[in-house]
Design a protein. Structure first.
Length: 95
């Protein structure tokens, strides 16, 4: 798994305090609190890449979009291997 940018710890101002919301938290199986999430600085091309050594059948992909306000968080999700883009339903956005 790879992400661009990797997480908040790439920022020079975070060198002294390591943020717990790192890439490995995406697959740790725990979604009970914010420390088990991934957070990266916003860029125009934020991306997560998951690569497998062989063909893999994926029966379900669950994306949790934690955002403190409707203006923050994921707006577009794209799964190129499936040739689809999923846009969240704005009526289900909570503040």
């Amino acid at each position: 798994m790879h992400a661009e940018p990797r997480d908040l710890n790439v920022l020079p101002e975070n060198e002294s305090r390591k943020d717990a919301r790192t890439l490995d938290k995406l697959i740790d199986g725990n979604n009970l609190d914010f420390t088990h999430s991934w957070l990266a600085p916003f860029t125009e091309t934020n991306a997560i890449f998951v690569c497998f050594d062989a063909a893999v059948a994926i029966s379900r992909l669950t994306l949790w979009n934690y955002a403190k306000t409707p203006a923050r968080g994921v707006r577009d999700r794209n799964a190129p291997g499936h040739r689809c883009t999923v846009k969240p339903d704005p009526s289900r956005t909570t503040s």
